[in-house]
Design a protein around this ligand. Structure first.
Ligand code: XIL
Length: 357
């Protein structure tokens, strides 16, 4: 794609002199991070430590973004693949990179029903699982205390059910009721336990609940809202909600955008922070029309976040199509991120930048 001639890439010589009486603004060469910072917004990407040796990857990640998260390397199966002994080498490499580039680090994720190590089994007893999970949360949060500013404590704990005014139900998982850590049949009580363990391990990290399909007002976000309201009422240490935003251009309707705005507002009214955590917009082809539709939606979401004071993070799930999870998980789809597979800026990139300029 060379549609962006004049917008990206090469040096423009620094924008000229000051005080010379030329009122034309210089062409903007500011990064996403520089524009986000003007609004006290973090702009982040999920990252993978082995890719840091790819120099283009490292230089874009370190310059365009002021925040990163581990795409996989902080998950339980990554830090403790074969035994309870945890190894943080991959995640530590991401933290070191972030610190060297003045980036914040977001932790993802402590409690999830996927990427659980195989030595953790549903045939373990409830007492064993309770100890395993408490130790895991305590060890990992302690290891990264002072380095990780926010954690996805619990990920994807609700089902995609419910309808009308009936909210979604709590997902059956090894941690909840299969056999669970001791709160089976008690709804969100096991989630509350996880947040309390995380807060005890690091009193300063912001603690998030993170999920997909909760972007708009719907039975699933209603269930998360009910939990959030209950937790904030009772001072359970919940600081924010992560909205994943794995979407495609069909999401781009006036009704959906209005619903995202209203949904963000109801969570903000509880005093919670709002993070867009895993944004990608999957396409079925790489046509100009598809890239433009994608760009429009990226820009609209960048604006919605900007306009909501509690929306503090705009994070994409990766940043280059070279390494996106989409082609593997949604066969036939891809091209979901703001940089193409050759690290060229796509229209989506410009659209986000324009929303914040
Ligand atoms: C995905 C990663 O991108 C893949 O590399 C991995 O194989 C599976 O997990 N929701 C989440 C993320 O919360 O952790 C998932 O990440 C994508 C869906």
């Amino acid at each position: 794609m060379s549609l962006l001639a004049g917008c990206g890439g090469g040096s423009t010589g620094g924008g000229g002199t000051t005080g010379g009486g030329n009122n034309n603004p210089p062409p903007s060469t500011a990064t996403l991070a520089q524009n986000a910072a003007k609004h006290s917004l973090k702009v982040g990407a999920a990252a993978v430590s082995p890719y840091l040796s790819d120099t283009s990857y490292a230089s874009i990640l370190g310059s365009e973004f002021n925040e990163l998260t581990a795409e996989n390397e902080m998950k339980f199966a990554s830090v403790a693949p074969t035994s309870p002994t945890e190894n943080y080498a991959g995640a530590d490499a991401l933290v070191s990179f972030a610190q060297a580039h003045q980036m914040s680090v977001r932790g993802h994720t402590l409690v999830w029903h996927q990427q659980v190590p195989s030595w953790v089994s549903p045939s373990d007893t409830t007492a064993q699982l309770n100890t395993i999970l408490q130790n895991h949360i305590t060890d990992e949060v302690t290891h990264f205390a002072g380095k990780v500013y926010a954690w996805d404590v619990v990920n994807e704990a609700f089902n995609d059910d419910g309808s009308g005014s009936t909210p979604a139900t709590v997902r059956s998982t090894i941690w909840y009721d299969n056999p669970g850590i001791g709160f089976a049949g008690m709804g969100t009580a096991y989630i509350e336990q996880a947040f309390n363990w995380a807060r005890a391990a690091d009193p300063t990290a912001k603690l998030f609940y993170n999920d997909y399909n909760i972007e708009t007002e719907n039975p699933k976000s209603d269930a998360v809202y009910a939990m959030a309201q209950d937790f904030t009422n009772r001072s359970v240490p919940l600081d924010g909600i992560g909205f994943q935003f794995h979407i495609n251009p069909s999401f781009d309707t006036p009704a959906n955008l209005a619903s995202v705005t209203a949904n963000f507002q109801r969570f903000a009214a509880l005093g919670l922070d709002i993070h867009i955590t895993e944004l990608d917009i999957a396409l079925a082809d790489s046509s100009t029309a598809s890239f433009n539709a994608q760009a429009k939606l990226y820009g609209e979401l960048a604006t919605i976040c900007l306009q909501q004071p509690k929306c503090k993070l705009f994070q994409t799930w990766g940043f280059t199509d070279k390494y996106s999870w989409i082609p593997q998980f949604i066969p036939g789809h891809g091209w979901a991120l703001p940089f193409d597979a050759n690290y060229q800026k796509k229209p989506a990139y410009t659209s986000i930048l324009n929303a914040w300029q």
